[in-house]
Design a protein around this ligand. Sequence first.
Ligand code: ATP
Length: 333
Amino acid sequence: KKHHTSLISLSFSKNPSSRRAHMTTHAATPAITTAIRRRKKIVVIMGATGCGKSKLSVDLASRFFPASEIINSDKIQVYRGLDATTNKIPLHERKNVRHHLLGEFDSSDSHPEFTPSDFRSSASSVISQIHSRRSVPFIVGGSNSFIYALLSKKFNPESDVFSESNWGEDSVFCKEQRYSCCFLWVDVSLPVLNEYLVKRVDDMLESGMFEELAKYFENPASDSVSECGLKKAIGVPEFEKYFKRFKSIDDEERSMAYEEAVRAIKDNTCQLAKRQVGKILRLRDAAGWDLKRVDATEAVRAAMDCGGRKVANIWEKQVAEPSMKIVKRFLME
Ligand code: ATP
C-alpha cells in the first residue's frame, strides 16, 4: 500500500512549524459571526480532481472556526457507497469537521440521479442551518454545474450553461449570486496533475478500489440498465467488462481486460480534470466570478517525488497559508 502520492494523508504532526500553524484557530468575534450570517457569506473551494480541495477544506475549516462545516459539491460523492472509487475523504482525515451531502443519497432506480436542482435546494437549506449556527459554510467539490446551480440568483434547470452549444455565449450565465462568496481555486499545472492522477489511480486500486468494485459487481443490482448515479463513477463502466466476463475468460484475457480498464480509468480521470479546469475558466471569464487562484503545483510535484515533511512544508507555505489569508480577509470585510 503506497501513500506517497496522497496529498490528503500528509501528516502535519511530524512537522513542528506546521503543527503550530494547524493549532492556531482563528476565533470569530460576535460582530464577525453576525456579519457572516447577515451577508450570507460562504467560502467555495474549487479545482479539478486531485488538486487537494478536500485537504484544503479541512485545513481551513478546522483552523478558522472550530465549528465550520463543509458541504460536498461533487456530484458522484453525494451518493452512498464506492467510497474509495469516488475518492471520498475518509472519516479520520476530516479533522472532526462536519460534512454534509457526502454519501447521503442512494442511487436507486426510484431516484436515479441527484440533479443540479436537487443540489441547489439541499445545499441552500444546509447553508441556512450552518449560518443559523453562526458558522461559515465551505462548499467543496469538483462539480461546477452544482456550484453554479447553487449560487446563481436565477437558475434555469433546463439550460446547461456549460454545454458546447453555449461555449461562446456569455449571456447564458446569471451574473448575480445568492450569497456573498469567497472563491478559492486550487490549481495545479495540467502536465503535473496528469502525472499525479495516473499514479493516484494505481494507488487507489492497491488500497481498496479493486476490492470495492469486485463487491459492487457481485450485487445483482449492478446489472440494471440505469446509467445514473453511482454507475457513472469513473471505475464502474471501465471495470464492467472485466468483472462481468471474469469467470468466462482465461488468465491472459483477464489480465488484458484488467490493463485495459486501468488505462481507461487513467485516461478518463485526466479528461475529467481538463474539462473541470475548462469550466472553472468559463466561470471566471464568462460569468465574471472573482476566483482567487492558489497554486498547488509544487506541493503535488513534491507529493510524487518525496512525500512526508517536505510536502507538508510546501503545502503550508504555498497553499494553506495564502488561502487562510484570503478567507480571513473576506470574513473580516
Ligand atoms: P459538472 O460537469 O457537472 O461540473 P463534474 O466535472 O464533476 O461535473 P462530469 O464532467 O459530469 O463531472 O463527469 C465526467 C465523468 O466523471 C462522469 O462519468 C462522472 O460521473 C465522473 N466523475 C465525476 N466525479 C467523480 C468522482 N468523484 N468519482 C468518480 N467519478 C467521477
